[in-house]
Design a protein around this ligand. Structure first.
Ligand code: AHR
Length: 517
């Protein structure tokens, strides 16, 4: 497995205090010069909310007549949990749904809004009660930037141009007048716009060459008036290792029309046999870790293509869908993609976020799929109950990296072996924030072995260290509505700091975030 972080030594060492003959493998990690390092964009920690299953309806949105405490119909407990997470952006309304969505259906008095059928997700009736105002006001409450996904597959150029004018224009215009008539005077000034979604699939089954032309047309008519710095337009990107797709977009779309190119990669064992989200074997766990590590190779290879056409790295890579994908919980609607979230998902989150951090020079934005009740959710709800998943806790522990300067690391990971195959057991990223606080996030995906790491920190002037860990007795451990706190972060002190050398033992299947100042 190729790793973004390079080589070092795994060696055997006798440690003071260890038994006379006791020896253990120690992975030495060196921290390089951060001089030329990029900032880790906070937008890497973005989220995604689609009109899918119970993400919006009976998830975020319960309606303003609900007995569940809410603000304009959105649950207060969800708003509070996401604010604590400091989510930087939220993508909406899809996904596949976005290319069926006609935004004018979701504005004006609710009783006048038409219904549609959500053809991608469960064939249920969508009453459009949650629309543009609801979403953008929610983003304001979350202090998160909205990322609107425009309908290219079944919508017209004029329709998308109108949506941009409706939400962004602050002078007099047909669409801004309509917005004011619907109760909102000030424009929201939405910067992030997706120009279609999965154009190679649910967004229209287009060829890359055809989509590149379509993109040019739609992007041309999306006006950046009123948005400081102009719009940030994101092209519907490749699925997994479709490098031809990225090549064509980078080659055929003028870069002045293009701020980001997307990439979708899910950690899924086999689309025909995804396996349970809770009852899985170690081999299935290993396979999911293998699919998660693949993100490293995908980013390296898509970035290399982008480098050819854009050596100055002006166009960003936006991984606007990622996460673990399993079979739905038995008895739930197969089109609703409702799954549990275990220690395995915490490993995916820690590992993939480290990969994004370490590629902060090209990866500027990412969106975990999805926020509430769908796929690798950070929040699950049942009636008035709400729980934070293990993935929530990892995102919360990692938020310290947002907008901090990446510190380059060099090491060679020991292996995690299962079923005759092996993967790097350790994934690590580090950053220094603007107040000179050091943060290092470690993931040990090994299902049964602890691994010890050493890092020289003296050069960073670190005097005080503290750490948090997320782990569980079993890979399958998770939070439930009866036991909402079964998995949660705890203080971690299994490390020493002597003569400027940090030594830390990472338990099996654990995420540890260390803070130094
Ligand atoms: O996140 C669920 C779906 O996965 C999205 O709607 C689509 O873009 C992707 O295929």
């Amino acid at each position: 497995m190729a790793m973004g972080v390079a080589l070092l030594f795994v060696f055997f060492l006798s440690l003071p205090g260890a038994g006379l003959h006791a020896q253990k493998a120690v992975t030495e990690i060196t921290i390089g010069d951060a001089g030329g390092s990029p900032l880790i964009s906070r937008h890497i920690y973005g989220h995604f909310a689609e009109h899918l299953g119970r993400c919006i309806y009976d998830g975020f949105y319960v309606g303003d007549s609900s007995l569940i405490p809410n603000k304009a119909g959105v649950r207060n407990d969800i708003i509070a949990a996401l604010k604590e997470l400091e989510i930087p952006n939220l993508r909406w309304p899809g996904g596949c749904f976005a290319d069926t969505y006609h935004w004018k259906d979701g504005i004006g008095p609710r009783e006048d809004r038409p219904t549609i059928v959500n053809t991608w997700w469960g064939g249920v009736t969508e009453d459009n009660s949650f629309g543009t105002h609801d979403f953008l006001n929610l983003c304001e409450a979350l202090e998160a930037e909205p990322y609107l996904s425009g309908n290219v597959g079944s919508g017209a150029v004029q329709e998308l141009a109108d949506w941009v004018q409706y939400v962004n224009y602050d002078g007099q215009s047909p669409m801004s007048d309509l917005r004011v008539q619907n109760g909102r005077k000030e424009p929201w000034k939405v910067r992030y716009w997706g120009v279609g979604n999965e154009a190679w699939g649910c967004g229209g089954h287009m060829r890359a060459e055809y989509y590149a032309d379509i993109y040019r047309k739609y992007a041309t008519f999306m006006s950046g008036a009123g948005v400081e710095g102009g719009l940030y337009r994101i092209a519907s990107g490749a699925s997994d290792d479709d490098y031809h797709w990225t090549e064509v977009l980078m080659r055929d779309i003028p870069h002045r029309l293009l701020q980001g190119v997307a990439l979708h990669h899910y950690s899924v064992i086999d689309w025909g046999n995804k396996g349970s989200s809770v009852d899985f074997s170690e081999q299935q766990y290993f396979d999911i870790m293998e699919r998660s590590w693949l993100m490293e190779e995908l980013i390296q290879k898509h970035s290399a293509i982008m480098d050819t056409y854009d050596p100055e790295k002006k166009v960003d890579l936006v991984v606007d869908e990622w996460g673990g994908w399993y079979d739905v919980i038995p008895g739930t609607n197969p089109g609703f993609l409702y799954q549990q979230n275990t220690i395995r998902d915490a490993m995916i989150a820690g590992l993939v976020l480290n990969i994004f951090n370490n590629h902060a020079d090209r990866v500027k934005m990412a969106n975990l799929a999805q926020t509430v009740n769908v796929l690798q959710a950070v929040i699950l709800t049942e009636g008035e109950k709400m729980i934070r998943t293990p993935t929530y806790h990892v995102m919360n522990m990692y938020k310290v990296h947002q907008d901090a300067r990446l510190l380059p690391l060099t090491f060679e990971s020991p292996n995690y072996e299962a079923g005759g195959k092996s993967l790097p057991a350790l994934s690590v990223s580090a950053s220094m924030d603007e107040d000179d606080r050091l943060h290092i996030s470690f993931v040990n995906i090994d299902a049964s072995r602890a691994h010890t790491v050493q890092l020289p920190l003296a050069a960073l002037g670190v005097a005080k260290l503290s750490a948090q860990i997320l782990t569980g007795a079993r890979l399958q451990d998770h939070n439930s509505f009866d036991q909402p706190e079964a998995v949660r972060p705890a203080g971690f002190s299994n490390f020493s700091y002597r003569k400027g050398i940090l030594e830390l033992e990472l338990p099996p299947h654990s995420v540890v975030v260390l803070a130094g100042e």
